[in-house]
Design a binder for this molecule. Structure first.
Ligand SMILES: Nc1ncnc2c1ncn2[C@@H]1O[C@H](COP(=O)(O)OP(=O)(O)OP(=O)(O)O)[C@@H](O)[C@H]1O
Length: 332
């Protein structure tokens, strides 16, 4: 029987679960496939993600969290319960405490829905924490000292920028521009330049394989397939990293602006600490080629990519559960 505490990163793109003593035990896309007429759930997570853009009319693959908010909370609840049961099964009878990092901008109604979903899955107590705090802790920062630590967490739906000191957020900004917006910017660019329609998964693949925001550092090409808007037939074209840099310019400059605005609002003593320690990048978007170099050029402070950036938030939830007396214990 398990009585372990569990930490959950309920992300727009991925859900990760950390169980005390076992580490990260689940890492799956936030996708649910349902039959549209009966609303029957056909698949959750990786299996459902493989269906995105490839389903017949009566099946839809839904991403219940979008742009950092819960777009469909019934499905979110279903997904959350499915994942909690998957890692604990019937063994959760001794009721774990669950700490969840959810998108920053969720409403109190959505918070309640998440709490109820977690409770119905067997939680004894449910805590909510802010994502950038967990990201900073999971990246190895000691945010409990009276000194400045800055984190930029680029996820799927939101980018959270925060300066933390003495266990709390001092200045922050959260914008709905992150990995998903990068993918749609690539789709839009290819549609307008080549009159070629590509899907979400192809676009993400392009970003990960040849995408860059610093063209001097990378020049690769890739053949991509889609549907020609003129003939309506399948077509293959070749694109390069410089074109992707052009496509990503707008969303990436919004992230630079958000980071600058946080620095501008940071008290000078804390700014000095940030110059010494550097800014830590977390989230999947931290792996976008050249983003560290670009931010270093623009912000004129050292930028470091966290080790294992996609696991920082969930690792942070694990550490916070061990130190519940130090964290804010925002039970919701
Ligand atoms: N190598 C890579 N290069 C660029 N982007 C990447 C790479 N690997 C993953 N990503 C992107 O990272 C994003 C997912 O990151 P992450 O799992 O941290 O987000 P999330 O926590 O689910 O989202 P949010 O924090 O907004 O709720 C996706 O948009 C994915 O395409």
């Amino acid at each position: 029987m398990l009585s372990k505490d569990i930490g959950i990163d309920l992300g727009t793109a991925n859900v990760l679960i950390h169980v005390k003593g076992r580490g990260v035990v689940l890492d799956e896309p936030s996708v649910v496939a349902i039959e549209s007429d009966t609303k029957r759930v056909l698949a959750v997570g990786e299996e459902a993600r493989r269906m995105v853009g490839r389903t017949p009319g009566n099946i839809i693959a839904i991403r219940p969290l979008k742009d950092g908010v819960i777009a469909d909370f019934e499905i979110t609840e279903m997904m959350l319960k499915y994942f909690i049961n998957k890692v604990g099964g019937r063994k959760w009878y001794s009721h774990p405490r669950i700490l969840i990092c959810a998108p920053t901008n969720i409403t109190s109604v959505e918070q309640k829905a998440i709490r109820e979903a977690a409770e119905r899955s067997g939680a004894r107590e449910v805590f909510l924490e802010e994502e950038p705090k967990a990201a900073a802790i999971g990246a190895g920062m000691d945010i409990f000292q009276p000194s400045g630590n800055m984190v930029v967490d680029i996820g799927g739906g939101t980018t959270d920028v925060a300066v933390l000191s003495m266990g709390d957020i001092v200045t922050s900004s959260s914008i709905k521009i992150a990995g998903d917006k990068f993918d749609s910017a690539i789709m839009k660019y290819i549609k307008s330049k080549y009159k070629l329609l590509i899907g979400e998964r192809t676009s993400e693949d392009i970003k990960v394989r040849i995408g860059t925001v610093h063209p001097e550092l990378k020049m690769e090409t890739m053949d991509i397939r889609g549907r020609d808007m003129v003939s309506g037939l399948p077509l293959t074209i070749t694109i390069d990293s410089q074109e992707i840099q052009e496509a990503l310019w707008e969303p990436v400059s919004n992230i630079v602006t958000a980071a600058k605005s946080v620095l501008e609002r940071t008290p000078p003593e804390l700014s000095a600490d940030i110059i010494d320690r550097g800014v830590i990048l977390t989230g999947g978007g931290a792996m976008l080629h050249g983003i560290d170099q670009l931010l270093a050029d623009e912000l004129r402070v050292p930028i470091l990519i966290a080790e294992d950036p996609m696991h920082c938030v969930v690792k942070g939830t694990g550490i916070m559960l061990d130190n519940l007396d130090k964290v804010s214990k925002r039970k919701f």
